[in-house]
Design a protein around this ligand. Structure first.
Ligand SMILES: Nc1ncnc2c1ncn2[C@@H]1O[C@H](COP(=O)(O)OP(=O)(O)O)[C@@H](O)[C@H]1O
Ligand SMILES: [Mg+2]
Length: 266
C-alpha cells in the first residue's frame, strides 16, 4: 500500500514519532509506532475502540509520556523538555477531549476564554473570567460567529445542545491560537447531520488557518470524505496510512471485522 511519505514537501514536521510505545500495566496501548506528520496536514485516525487512538493523540500533545521511543513536537523532544518548555509546547496545540472539557457553570465566552489559560498569568486568567477585556470579547464573538453560535456568547454552557457545546469547544481551541488542533472523537455524541457539519467546520478552519489537524473518528465515511490522509489503528499499531482513495475497501472492512472475530473467540 502507498504510504504517505512526503505529502507536503518542504513543510516542517509538526510531529515526529520514532518507535513510540506507551504501556498501561503491561498492555501496549501504543506499540512501536513510527509516524511523521507535517505542518498543515489533516489526518483522521480510525480503528476500533481500544486500538490506541486516544493514547496516541495524547502523546502528540505531550500530555502523556512515551515509555519507549521518541516523540518530537514541532522539532522539540517531548521527553527532554523542561516543565516550562512543555507548557509552551502544549500552548501551541489545542486539544479537544472527547468529553469536551467545558465548564458547565460558566458562560460561553468564559469557556472560550479558557483557551488561552496556558498563555496567561493567574491574574490575567482571573480577570478574563470576571471582567474580560473588550478586545478579547470581540475576538471571541468573531470566533463564535465563525463556528455558528455567535448569539450564545453570554449563555451558560449547560443550557446548550450537544452540537452547540461541541462548537464551543472548537471555539475555545481557536481562541488558543494554536499551530495544531487535536480532536478526540469530536462528533461522537451528535447526530449524523450535525456530525458532518462539525467535521466540515474543523477541516475548513484547519485549512483557513494552515493548522495541523489530527482527529480520531468513529465515522469512517466522514473520515474518508473529509480527510486527505487516513491512519488505521489496530491493537496499538498502524495498519494503514494512506490517502482514502488508495485504501482498498477490504482493508477498511478488515479493520473492524477483526474485532468481531476476537469477540466471538472470547
Ligand atoms: N489511563 C489508562 N489506564 C489503563 N489503561 C488504559 C488507559 N488509557 C488507555 N488504556 C488502555 O489502552 C488501550 C487503548 O486505549 P485508547 O487509547 O483509549 O484507545 P481508543 O481511543 O482507540 O479507544 C485500551 O486497551 C485501554 O483500555
Ligand atoms: Mg478513544
Amino acid at each position: 500500500m502507498r504510504r504517505v511519505r512526503d505529502p507536503m514537501p518542504g513543510s516542517a514536521a509538526a510531529f515526529d514519532l520514532q518507535g513510540v510505545t506507551r504501556e498501561f500495566g503491561g498492555l501496549r496501548a501504543v506499540d512501536g509506532i513510527d509516524l511523521q506528520i507535517r505542518e498543515g496536514e489533516q489526518i483522521a485516525f480510525v480503528g476500533p475502540s481500544g486500538s490506541g487512538k486516544t493514547t496516541l493523540l495524547r502523546l502528540l500533545n505531550a500530555t502523556q509520556r512515551a515509555d519507549g521511543g521518541t516523540v518530537a513536537v514541532f522539532g522539540a523532544n517531548a521527553a527532554e523538555a523542561t516543565p516550562r518548555e512543555l507548557r509552551a509546547l502544549r500552548s501551541d496545540i489545542a486539544f479537544i477531549p472527547q468529553d469536551l472539557g467545558l465548564v458547565p457553570g460558566l458562560r460561553v465566552h468564559q469557556n472560550v476564554g479558557l483557551g488561552r489559560v496556558g498563555k496567561r498569568t493567574f491574574l490575567q486568567n482571573l480577570r478574563g473570567l470576571l471582567a474580560p477585556r473588550k478586545e478579547d470579547l470581540q475576538t471571541i464573538h468573531g470566533i463564535l460567529d465563525r463556528v455558528g453560535i455567535e448569539e450564545k456568547l453570554y449563555h451558560h454552557v449547560s443550557t446548550l445542545s450537544g452540537g452547540q457545546q461541541q462548537r464551543v469547544a472548537v471555539a475555545r481551541a481557536l481562541f488558543q491560537r494554536p499551530r495544531a488542533l487535536i480532536a478526540d472523537e469530536p462528533v461522537s455524541s451528535v447526530d449524523p447531520a450535525r456530525a458532518e457539519s462539525i467535521v466540515a467546520l474543523l477541516t475548513t478552519l484547519a485549512t483557513e488557518g494552515a493548522l495541523t489537524l489530527c482527529a480520531s473518528l468513529h465515522h469512517l465515511d466522514l473520515a474518508r470524505r473529509y480527510f486527505p490522509r487516513l491512519i488505521g489503528m489496530r491493537a496499538g499499531k498502524i495498519v494503514f496510512d494512506a490517502a482514502p482513495d488508495a485504501i482498498p475497501e477490504d482493508t477498511f472492512k478488515g479493520l473492524y471485522d477483526l474485532d468481531d472475530r476476537e469477540m466471538v473467540e472470547t
